[in-house]
Design a protein. Structure first.
Ligand code: FDA
Length: 394
């Protein structure tokens, strides 16, 4: 039987980072993944440029049963620490918006950096290798069934991610390992995912497919000022992906298409200044033309001069522009979700090390844990930070 000090299950962001750190300490490390290549989600992330971290920090940027759980790891290995690694590897990067850092070149540079660091630390990598049961060995440590036979290890780091994008190899494997050791797993659901609408809504939405607009999308007190995008199935774009992590079935979301603007006052002023112009022309100063036309039609305005549009109609239009209530019926699900909300219950883990309470030597890192970040690099930072802390002790 092959024996190592640390076996890492999953060669994604969190697993590779944990392996590098354990290897740095002189541990014999083996990483096993059923995919044909390591770090596939890194490779496709950020539109191929990998939004590898975010300079922002705050407990409100993470969701889960106990968002504070993430803070210990995030403070010990910070965005600045990861940036230092990227700089040392000579990878050029830029800030796009809202603290989001992307590679200037390709996401593959991040994968290559991690693979290079693993090789330098002597980490062994088995790709295209299945994983089976994990059990405690009679003489201490663990035994892990793999497609290449049983592997004995003093420590096991579970880094098999969540359920998002099964086509890319995502499985619920990590949750099964947790359950096999009696560790609780919170309810999982797709997050950072486009929202879908019922047919009657899609009837008017479909013609808008491809239209993007800046706005504020909110659910209760939580809101995001970013772009939203109409699609053939409903709504997408950063603001909608963000709110999808908070939205629940049956609820409405609120879309403000002109945040900070008194739209009623704006429309009245337009009517006075250019009464011969159509309402959609005034709206077109705030919104893409197709959307302006739709809102004009939905308000029952005839398309004639604004001077003929009554105050009640203007107020109705203003209310729609500033507080459009839309009721999604679902989401596109794990097929397109960027992350999985929920996972291994943080109550069962030590936040300083990611070790399972009551199962010494068993660690869970990255997305498999019930810690989910906002869009914008927070999920990779969680993968680096949680992988790093486990790698210091496993
Ligand atoms: P990850 O999913 O990366 O790795 C898990 C590994 O385990 C995979 O290699 C998988 O093959 C393997 N595995 C799973 N089940 C297995 C089994 N049964 N047997 C063997 N191996 C198994 N985040 C961000 O911060 N910035 C960004 O730009 C993006 N962009 C982005 C785009 C898209 C399209 C997606 C889907 C996601 C993102 N994300 C993101 C989210 C980010 O990719 C995600 O949070 C991290 O990849 C999670 O890292 P992990 O290592 O935990 O899991």
């Amino acid at each position: 039987m092959k024996r190592v000090d640390v076996i890492v299950l999953g060669a994604g962001a969190a697993g590779m980072f944990a392996a590098i750190e354990a290897g740095r300490r002189g541990r014999r490390v083996l990483v096993v993944d059923h995919a044909a290549a390591a770090g596939e989600k890194i490779r496709i992330s950020g539109g191929g440029r990998c939004n590898f971290t975010n300079t922002g920090f705050g407990v409100e940027r993470f969701l889960g049963k106990n968002p504070r759980f993430a803070l210990s790891a995030l403070r010990r290995f910070t965005a600045q620490d990861f940036i230092a690694r990227v700089d040392a590897a000579g990878i050029a990067w830029h800030e796009k918006t809202l603290g989001q850092l992307f590679c200037d070149g390709s996401a593959k540079q991040i994968v290559d950096m991690l693979l290079g660091d693993m090789a330098r630390r002597g980490v062994e990598l088995w790709l295209g290798c299945t994983l089976g049961a994990v059990r405690q060995a009679a003489g201490g440590g663990f035994e892990v069934e793999t497609g290449r036979g049983v592997v004995g290890a003093a420590s096991v780091i579970v880094a098999t991610g969540g359920k998002s994008i099964p086509k890319m190899g995502a499985t619920g494997y990590g949750y099964q390992v947790a359950a096999a050791f009696g560790l609780p797993v919170t309810e999982t659901r797709p997050a950072l995912v486009p929202l879908t609408f019922a047919e009657q809504e899609l009837d008017w939405m479909r013609p808008l497919a491809g239209v993007a607009v800046q706005g504020r999308v909110s659910r209760g007190k939580t809101g995001f000022d970013e772009a939203l995008l109409f699609t053939h199935r409903g709504l997408s774009g950063p603001a909608v992906l963000q709110i999808s992590s908070y939205w629940r079935e049956g609820e409405a979301i609120r879309v403000d298409l002109a945040p900070g603007l008194d739209v009623a006052a704006f429309l009245r002023a337009e009517k006075q200044a250019a009464g011969r112009a159509a309402l959609r022309t005034a709206l077109g100063k705030l919104l893409p033309e197709k959307l302006a036309r739709l809102i004009e039609a939905q308000a029952g305005a005839t398309g004639g001069p604004m001077a003929e549009v009554g105050r009640a109609v203007l107020d109705r239009v203003a209310a729609q522009v500033s507080g459009w209530e839309l009721r999604p019926v679902g989401s596109e699900g794990y097929r397109t979700a960027e992350v999985t909300l929920g996972g291994v219950d943080t109550e069962a883990l030590d936040g300083r090390t990611m070790e399972a309470k009551g199962v010494p030597g068993l660690y869970f890192v990255g997305e498999v844990v019930d810690v989910t970040g906002w869009l914008g690099g927070y999920n990779f930072q969680w993968a680096w930070s949680s992988g790093w802390v486990a790698g210091q002790v496993a």
